[in-house]
Design a protein around this ligand. Structure first.
Ligand SMILES: [Zn+2]
Length: 615
């Protein structure tokens, strides 16, 4: 017997995220809890007894090899040699891989009350080929693409300044390596700065400057090197000497130890702009770049055909009886559903089944039980790995994007989101049965958005909203719809500036032309939205809720210590913030979902919410 779970999301109930702007000073980067360095660091003498690289634990997925057990370096020059060698090893290790790279950017404007807030936004999603140079192919169709491609490649990283600012998606991912081709002593000077902890990992910090005649586009900034194998774990800086029509922006690039011996580029934060008095801004933006899908197969169409043939061999239909027409119809829908889910997972757009699904599933169960909904097949939930706020359902599977789960303030608002899709299923608004034909799965990953679509007609949207509100009112969430309504109001206020974040790629848009259409009725009955009310949290920043493992695409809920919100500017609804993952070394204990957080650990409690879990 299923029971109503009153507290499906304890974490989500009380962790309200407000990412505090972390000063990018070295002091701020040192966590207070980090063990003290027992000896003063010396510029010429590294730690006399650096720990030996630990033997590589048996790793299930990756065909990675831990670095050869070399003798520990005894001089700083030897450390630098090791750093260069490890960076080259990483480039080689990643060269057969084509991770997904997503960049979400918000252009900023100054609001008198709230400080810099989004003015408009851009979204890029592509696959990066790390084999020869760094190249990327886009999932999104770009009207302007083609004529600028040569230009894009020449510019390396940055903005094109010609007629108007135009962001080059490739530029945001450039800082995954220090220097793809020439990371060596001939091109760079290394200056040891100090030792510092990043999370659990003790690092040596170096400042890098390109030599005078090293040429354009050389890295200028700081690198953090872990002190066991001497892998770079973080890069922070820019590129030197842009050409006349280009501009390199600043980046903070983080790597995670997701496979034995290698630190994999995972997050890059970029920010430009100056809102000090008298500053003449031409640009101001914040951008998050995420990489994942490193372990995805780079399938050719032939591989895909083989995979599908193998998958479709299994036949679970009972042999004792023939299918009735209705049973056949359901079987057909199940087949379409399975095809779509499997194909999206293979394209890196859907996370494998995991703990986040269980949370979503619990909320769905609560809605079903209290509304006496009995479906022939159970409703399943899955998480889309991308940031844009969207949901859709295929067959009996409800899919919610990572970005949408991130910004939802509480369980009631999650129930609102899920109830709409559950309503489609209950009302029999089935989409996607054409995908029961396997040939429809034969397309390149980059063409997913052109080949899949799960958009309902407006009449079905209206009917689903109506049914959803009915279900919510009969559910345990009936008394918690104020926050859901506030979320709708906050979304309404920001929607005109966030068209890229609100552009659904597979399902229906939540807004149309800057106006919230989905579940809009809940917004009208909600209390007044007041940014100055510190205990009113209507929507969270991006990245605060769900962390995505860049190696195996698994998602989990972020564990973070709450940090109090002290001003309206701390709320940052729907906004981009810096990354501050807690670094830790690979271990089988935390694999395959390492403890390294995808989101900054600065969080805030909503005082009224934290003390009041659902009873
Ligand atoms: Zn819908």
């Amino acid at each position: 017997m299923r029971k109503v779970m009153r507290n499906a999301m304890p974490t989500m109930n009380w962790i309200i995220l407000a990412l505090l702007a972390v000063a990018m000073t070295a002091v701020a980067q040192q966590p207070a809890s980090a063990p003290q360095n027992p000896q003063p660091a010396s510029a010429t003498q590294p730690d006399p007894t650096p720990a030996q690289p630990s033997p590589a634990p048996a790793s299930p997925a990756p065909a990675a090899q831990a670095p050869v057990n070399l003798a520990p370096p005894t001089t700083m020059d030897q450390v630098v040699d090791r750093v260069i060698m490890r960076e080259k090893d990483l480039i080689k290790f990643l060269s057969p891989r084509t991770p997904i790279v997503e960049t979400y950017l918000q252009n900023l404007t100054q609001d008198k009350q709230l400080g810099p807030i989004p003015q408009d936004d851009h979204y890029f999603l592509g696959r990066m080929d790390l084999s020869e140079s760094i190249d990327r192919s886009d999932y999104l169709q770009d009207k302007d693409k083609g004529k600028d491609e040569g230009m894009e490649k020449r510019l390396l990283g940055g903005l094109k300044k010609k007629f108007k600012f135009q962001y080059q998606p490739l530029g945001f991912s450039w800082m995954i390596f220090v220097d793809r081709n020439d990371f060596d002593r001939q091109h760079y000077d290394f200056h040891y700065a100090r030792r510092e902890f990043l999370g659990d990992v003790r690092c040596l910090v170096f400042d890098l400057t390109p030599k005078k005649d090293a040429g354009r586009g050389r890295f200028l900034g700081r690198i953090w090197v872990e002190d066991q194998d001497f892998n770079i774990v973080r890069l922070n800086g820019t590129y030197a000497h842009p050409s006349r029509n280009s501009y390199y922006f600043h980046m903070d690039s983080w790597r995670l130890n997701l496979v034995p011996g290698y630190w994999v580029p995972s997050y890059i934060y970029s920010e430009e702009g100056d809102f000090t008095a008298g500053a003449h801004n031409t640009i101001a933006f914040k951008a998050q770049t995420r990489m994942w899908g490193y372990n995805l197969k780079t399938g050719t169409p032939n591989d895909e055909l083989t995979n599908i043939r193998v998958d479709s061999v299994k036949d679970d239909t009972p042999t004792a009886q023939d299918a009735t027409p209705l049973a056949a119809e359901r079987e057909w829908q199940q087949q379409a559903e399975d095809n779509v889910i499997e194909r999206l997972e293979r394209a890196g757009l859907l996370a494998p089944e995991g703990d986040v699904d269980k949370i979503l599933q619990t909320v769905v169960n609560n809605l079903e039980i209290t509304n006496n909904i009995e479906l022939p097949r159970p409703v399943r939930t899955r998480v889309l790995t991308t940031s844009p706020l969207e949901t859709f359902s295929v067959g009996n599977t409800i899919v919610v994007s990572r970005g949408l789960i991130d910004v939802l303030p509480d369980e009631g608002s999650l129930a609102m989101v899920l109830s709409h899709e559950l309503a489609h299923i209950v009302l029999g608004h089935n989409l996607g049965s054409q995908y029961a034909f396997n040939d429809r799965m034969l397309f390149s990953d980059e063409a997913t958005y052109q080949n899949f679509g799960f958009k309902h007609i407006p009449e079905e949207e209206t009917a689903a909203d109506k049914k959803a509100i009915e279900m919510l009112k009969a559910s345990p969430y009936a008394q918690k719809l104020d926050t859901a309504g506030l979320f709708i109001k906050a979304l309404q206020q920001r929607a005109p500036q966030l068209s890229a974040l609100l552009q659904a790629h597979l399902g229906n848009n939540i807004t149309e032309n800057g106006t919230v259409t989905r579940m809009a009725q809940l917004g009208t009955s909600a209390p007044a939205l007041d940014w100055n009310k510190l205990d009113q949290i209507a929507a969270l920043p991006l990245g605060g809720r769900v962390k995505l493992n860049p190696w195996d695409d698994k998602v989990e809920i972020v564990k973070a210590q709450p940090v109090a919100i002290t001003s309206a500017r701390d709320k940052m609804p729907f906004e981009v913030t810096p990354f501050y993952p807690r670094l830790s070394r690979f271990s089988t204990a935390n694999a395959p979902a390492p403890a390294t957080a995808a989101a900054p650990t600065t969080t805030a409690t909503n005082a009224s919410d934290s003390s009041a879990p659902a009873n």
